[in-house]
Design a protein around this ligand. Structure first.
Ligand code: ADP
Ligand code: MG
Length: 301
């Protein structure tokens, strides 16, 4: 068992501590009973101290009356496992071709290892987390992602069991969160023939936030937020500005599915969508319970 690292606030006078705590009240009141979907990824997921902060934040949010739902990623962990097994990757346009053998590795890494580590951390911090994949409760129906050739849109590439969401039935998540549990979801869906699909976790988090009518979607990542060409943080982004940034190549790689999911969620009625720096200790708590703004907020218009 690890103890909370309290040393960093030891120098703060009791009166100031009380002041800081009481400033959370309006936020607690505002968000009480509301759902907040958290995409957990990047460094926050690999650094032990940040993992601990994350687990404590999730538990604190639950205890003050919010309903946190965690969706986790795990690209680097999957890479590691495949490398250890000596499985050579085959990539098309930056996407790993997921054959049946690769998919079984994806399932055991995500659902067996990464998800269960997160469940354990949250439970050790005093919460009651329950791990789910999209298969549980028939939650995430998926189909093969169509990948068009970037030069010839008439041509399609077969990248195996990489999935696109068909629908999400959130009833299992609702049942758990209405009770005292904290759902932790692995981004795996199932198809018509009960086959498995690996889905981008940002896309799952965004869609889940939409179907749950979440108040907030927080995407923790390994960078300050969305950056412009000069590397400056963009604190607020509209769909039109995002289109321009994707068009001119400023937004690329893993930020593309993240930002696409973020816009979809914002347009579908999720009130606050933020891409935040998961490397900042307690980034989530700061975002939800203080007036500090970190990272990039995505607006619906
Ligand atoms: P995550 O684990 O959060 O999904 P990803 O690596 O998939 O992490 O996505 C975040 C990465 O996207 C950043 O580390 C950065 O390399 C890349 N990226 C591409 N364009 C941008 C941009 N305009 N602003 C910030 N990050 C960007
Ligand atoms: Mg990513």
């Amino acid at each position: 068992m690890s103890t909370p690292h309290t040393t960093s606030v030891a120098h703060i006078a009791p009166r100031e501590k009380a002041e800081i705590l009481s400033q959370a009240l309006p936020y607690i009141r505002k968000f009480h009973g509301k759902t907040i979907v958290i995409k957990y990824g990047g460094n926050a997921m690999t650094d032990p101290e940040l993992q601990q902060d994350f687990a404590e934040d999730v538990v604190l949010l639950k205890l003050v009356g919010l309903n946190p739902v965690v969706v986790h990623g795990g690209g680097p962990q999957i890479e590691d496992a495949l490398n250890k097994l000596g499985k050579k990757g085959h990539f098309i346009q930056g996407m790993r071709v997921t054959d049946a053998e690769t998919m079984s590795v994806v399932e055991w890494v995500l659902a067996g290892e990464v998800q269960q580590d997160i469940v354990g951390l949250i439970n050790a911090a005093g919460g009651k987390a329950v791990g789910l994949t999209g298969r549980d409760g028939g939650m995430i129906r998926a189909k093969q992602l169509k990948m068009l050739d970037k030069d010839d849109p008439a041509k399609e590439h077969d990248i195996g069991q990489v999935g696109d969401i068909v629908s999400i039935d959130p009833s299992v998540v609702k049942a758990l969160q209405d009770d005292q549990f904290i759902p932790v979801v692995s981004p795996i869906g199932f198809g018509e023939k009960n086959e498995s699909y690996n889905i981008n976790a940002d896309v799952v988090a965004a869609k889940l936030a939409t179907v749950l009518q979440a108040e907030k979607l927080l995407m923790l990542t390994n960078i300050r937020g969305v950056l412009d060409k000069q590397g400056e943080l963009l604190t607020e982004l509209t769909p039109r500005r995002i289109d321009e940034l994707v068009e001119d190549g400023t937004i690329s790689g893993g930020m593309i599915p993240k930002i696409a999911g973020a816009i979809d969620a914002a347009k579908s009625g999720v009130n606050a969508v933020h891409i935040i720096d998961g490397r900042v200790p307690h980034a989530m708590l700061l975002e939800v319970l203080t007036d500090q703004a970190y990272g990039t907020m995505i607006s619906s218009r």
